[in-house]
Write a protein that binds this ligand. Sequence first.
Ligand code: IMP
Ligand code: MG
Length: 175
Amino acid sequence: MEGLLPNEVLYSQEQIKKRVRELAVQISRDYEGKELIVIGVLKGAFIFMADLIRCLTIPCRVDFVRLASYGAEAVSSGKVVMTKDIETSIKDQEILIVEDVVDTGLTLSFLINWLQERNPRSLKVCAMLDKRQRRQVPFEADYVGFTIEDGFVVGYGLDFNEKARFLPDICVVTE
Ligand code: IMP
Ligand code: MG
């Protein structure tokens, strides 16, 4: 997108690092003695997930899904499409979904329903960011990095039209 200037840092890499460690401590404690499968939602969650699992003090396996609800727009189309499914059996397993942002809640509601059909023992969600005020369907994540106001953010895996994912900080987009 022309004119995209992700110039205001909302959360710096230092703040993110600290919060990711705190989340990992909490998750490691909650899953102590259990075998965890972490499922990342591509593409946005890949950096957060990579950092998060390296801070865990419990072993885990990983898998990924690819879900798309956004086209080339900053507004959700409201329709969720799965373009890549998990490749692991999750029956009777402890599952933690890792997502970048919960916005309308549509993506995660879809994914939860999709995975529940495979009868995991438990299914929880860890989201880096939560835009609580934007929900269209009720949804509560079990672990949240930061709760943010409405507004579009990029960096730390998050994109706008595939741009700015590589930025190490979480930035607010201004045009
Ligand atoms: P939901 O289905 O509306 O909850 O949308 C969640 C998805 O929208 C996330 O997985 C993100 O990929 C994307 N998204 C929502 N807000 C933002 C944002 O501020 N920046 C980048 N992507 C976002
Ligand atoms: Mg996403």
